[in-house]
Design a binder for this molecule. Sequence first.
Ligand SMILES: C=C(O[C@@H]1C=C(C(=O)O)C=C[C@H]1O)C(=O)O
Length: 115
Amino acid sequence: MTSSETKAIARVKDCTTMQDVRREVNALDDVLVPLLVERVGYMTQAARIKQGAEQVRDEARIQAIVDRVRERAAAEGGDADVMEAIYRSLMEACIAYEHREFARLREPATAGSAA
Ligand SMILES: C=C(O[C@@H]1C=C(C(=O)O)C=C[C@H]1O)C(=O)O
């Protein structure tokens, strides 16, 4: 259970200027981007493990993630619809990347490309 004092929304600072807002947003992006790089990295793992390209998009898993992040966002005092939109967009980018990785990992080896 997330108590009202520990909710993420309670950590938003009051800002006076747009410089204040953008400094805080940049600081959060500095945390988010490395985590997103790590998340996207698991798409390469998924691409290796899955047996066929038709398995890359998994609608049941997408819906389970949407349900889960909507609940997590609400528990943190956030907007569930905004979080769903962010995650649907994120997962579409991840799926497109996973398709590229699926193909790349199965490309026939050519001279000079061994690694
Ligand atoms: C990583 C997976 O592949 C895809 C990418 C997903 C994601 O970005 O979390 C979710 C579902 C899949 O369509 C998976 O199946 O779990």
